[in-house]
Design a binder for this molecule. Structure first.
Ligand SMILES: *Cc1c(COP(=O)(O)O)cnc(C)c1O
Length: 463
């Protein structure tokens, strides 16, 4: 029988993967063949803890019986039928449940409507087009400017890339993207306005500033004025940007300013959604009224690709009143019953075994396990929101000077961690742990232990 790794090298094209790295004969990818709870198993029988929940998608562990039973029951009825002019008996229940969960804190305008698609990029793409078209056909066609955060990552479709500002991912495509307005990300550890000296604590706790980050956003809203269509951001944590964690209150302050200008607020909860920061959605920490939110990654608990864009009733009704006002947008697999069935089972788990109190307790355990990392001289910042833990490596603690990116130190640490039974991926030199909610305290301990061993081996204290 052919070796899957050999066939892979001949025929596959992997996401975000440099050819020279993948085709390097010295690089031996793990060939994952099974999973069980927080553990992934490869063809050699080696077991790894899934330290980043299979790139932020898995919530309840692999082969979770409740989700698999729901999937099998759905499969015994039907896998898929079109959502054009038809509905099914699964997607409407999911939409109602998502709407209820996401609207808990929204007295003003609940998110009553759910547009289904396939992944985070398409959820964002739909949100941007809904915002655009809403203004085009409701008397404010001049509102065409989207304002979003520096380094932001919202996906890889052209619209999602346009509101993204990641130099690495987006610079090649600049000329094919539409123009958007970029605002300084409120990342306290690297903020030019933060006058505090580095301390061995989350930089947000000791920041010395006058909320200049909010002033920067205010200036952008002011400049774009009545041309602003929407303020677009990940609430509280910018994941792929580098796990920037925002000072609490930024979301509420900036969203109020955007609304003051008559703009919409589009929140990308693709990574933060479904309890990652504690409550079901990160925006629920603050008094904010989103008009649109994008959900994907954890929606099905990490089993199938499915995404949702939730919208207010006002937006939906803005598409009523004649055929020409239709949202002509969609996907062949819209409303896929298998995805919707697994999402429903995942939401039930989020309200039962993996409820908010469980997630908060797990976050506290993780915080305790992370604390000793401060004694490593090349750890510059440790920041955490819920079960998202980020550890930033620096060449010099006192100045926060980063390492030369060409050293790929973060990647080297994570590659070494594999040998210690942990799979995770960094963003640059930011090490990330985002364990599945099923992880036991003992498993969390093994994750941080493996990461620390790898760090000590790759970046010795004296380095
Ligand atoms: C992953 C991610 C996306 C893109 O989602 P895909 O499912 O990979 O298309 C968008 N926004 C955020 C915040 C993400 O983390």
């Amino acid at each position: 029988m052919s070796d899957p790794a050999d066939l892979d090298r001949q025929h596959l094209w992997h996401p975000f993967t440099p050819n020279d790295l993948w085709l390097d004969p010295a690089y031996e990818p793990a060939v994952i063949t099974a999973g069980e709870g927080a553990t992934l198993i490869d063809t050699q029988g080696r077991r790894y803890l899934d330290g980043n929940s299979s790139i932020w998608t898995n919530l309840h562990g692999h082969r979770r019986p409740e989700i698999h039973d729901a999937l099998k029951a759905q499969l015994d009825r039907i896998a898929h039928a079109s959502f054009l002019g038809l509905t099914n008996d699964t997607a409407p229940f999911l939409a109602a449940e998502l709407s209820r969960l996401a609207s808990r804190t929204l007295a003003e305008a609940p998110l009553t409507r759910c547009f289904l698609s396939d992944d985070g990029s398409t959820a964002m793409e739909a949100a941007l087009k809904i915002a655009w078209q809403f203004f085009q056909q409701n008397g404010q066609p001049q509102r065409t400017t989207f304002i979003s955060l520096g380094s932001a990552y919202h996906g890889d479709t052209v619209g999602a890339m346009s509101v993204g500002h990641s130099p690495l991912f987006h610079h090649t495509y600049r000329e094919m993207l539409f123009r958007t307005q970029e605002v300084m990300p409120p990342a306290c550890y690297r903020c030019p306005f933060n006058r505090a000296r580095p301390e061995k604590t989350d930089a947000r706790q000791v920041r010395q500033c006058a909320w200049e980050c909010v002033d920067q956003a205010a200036a952008a809203f002011e400049a774009a004025g009545p041309r602003t269509a929407a303020w677009v951001l990940e609430p509280r944590v910018q994941g792929a940007a580098g796990f920037f964690m925002h000072p609490h209150g930024y979301l509420e302050k900036t969203s109020a300013l955007a609304r003051g200008q008559g703009a919409l607020v589009i929140l990308d909860e693709v990574m933060t959604g479904f309890g990652r920061t504690g409550p079901d959605f990160a925006f629920q920490h603050e008094a904010v009224q989103p008009d649109l939110i994008a959900l994907a990654k954890g929606l099905t608990g990490g089993t199938l690709p499915l995404a949702a864009t939730l919208a207010t009733e006002v937006l939906f009704q803005g598409f009523s009143g004649g055929r020409s006002r239709t949202f002509y947008h969609g996907h062949s697999y819209t409303g896929n019953p298998l995805g919707c069935a697994s999402a429903r089972a995942s939401l039930t788990l989020l309200e039962t075994v993996h409820h908010e109190a469980h997630r908060r307790r797990q976050a506290a355990v993780l915080a305790e396990l992370a604390r000793p990392f401060w004694d490593h001289p090349h750890v510059g910042d440790i920041r955490q929101e819920g079960t998202i833990l980020a550890i930033e490596l620096v060449e010099d603690f006192a100045s926060g000077r980063p390492y030369d990116p060409a050293l790929r130190l973060g990647a080297a640490v994570c590659e070494r961690a594999r040998a210690h039974g942990l799979l995770t991926r960094p963003v640059g030199d930011v090490l990330v742990l985002m364990p599945p909610y099923c992880s036991t305290d003992e498993e969390l301990g093994r994750m941080t232990h493996a990461l620390r061993r790898a760090l000590d081996e790759v970046v010795p204290d004296a380095a």
